[in-house]
Design a protein around this ligand. Structure first.
Ligand code: TYD
Length: 207
């Protein structure tokens, strides 16, 4: 495996998509060959599972939800991430196992151990060398988004308490995995946040 695997994490509405766009432009300008992917998704099967996971007309138990996330992840690992890493690429993934730990482990309350066990394959075969966490409390991002027209999916529409628990989960992950998991506090100026993310990728040896 010659490539490098990095992931981007954060609660809802913290500007992750904008930062991914800035990062893509930066890597292109620098001539660094990279592929971008996302979870849930990244392969045809995983994208189909994504539709189920985000469909707000469905009721899905916490365990089933965690298993579906783990299943789409396994397909994504085998059919996209590992082949790209073998080809020497830098793989940038929008959400990965830490989303399961934060959302299913803490948001849904399944606990870290249970979610780690469900994700044993990812833990053993494909962990990111670096995870950048956009560290913004969801109560702040929810306030910022008030009044904007935004489409809501099954997980986004969960209670404030749920999203706050996800955030607490991320802070616990930061405490448990300080070498891999790097928090970046976003700035008012999105370009400044971008520079902080680039600095984190450089100091983590990803670029
Ligand atoms: P998405 O629209 O991609 O959200 P965002 O733009 O905020 O990244 O939807 C993905 C949703 O799925 C998001 O609410 C987080 C959630 N999620 C989990 O609960 N567990 C997971 O393992 C992953 C990858 C995502």
């Amino acid at each position: 495996m010659n490539g490098k695997f990095v992931t981007l994490e954060g609660c809802e509405g913290v500007g992750k998509s904008t930062q991914l766009r800035f990062l893509r432009e930066y890597l292109e300008t620098e001539g660094i060959p990279a592929v971008f992917t996302r979870e849930p998704g990244g392969t045809p099967l995983a994208e189909r599972i994504r539709e189920l996971l985000l469909d707000d007309s469905l009721t899905i138990s916490a365990e089933a939800e965690a298993e579906l996330f783990a299943t789409q992840r396994r397909d994504h690992i085998d059919n996209f991430i590992l082949p790209a890493l073998d080809a020497g690429k830098l793989v940038v993934c929008d959400r990965y196992i830490d989303s399961s730990l934060a959302y299913q482990g803490f948001g849904r309350g399944l606990g870290l151990e249970r979610v780690l066990a469900l994700n044993e394959y990812a833990v053993k075969t494909c962990m990111p060398m670096l995870t950048v966490f956009i560290d913004m409390d969801p109560t702040v991002s929810f306030r910022r988004r008030k009044g904007k027209i935004i489409e809501h999916d099954r997980i986004e529409t969960e209670s404030k308490e749920f999203h706050l628990n996800c955030y607490r989960g991320y802070k616990e992950i930061e405490r448990l995995y300080p070498a891999r998991f790097k928090a970046v506090v976003p700035e008012e100026d999105k370009r400044m946040t971008h520079l902080k993310i680039v600095a984190a990728l450089k100091s983590g040896g990803a670029i």
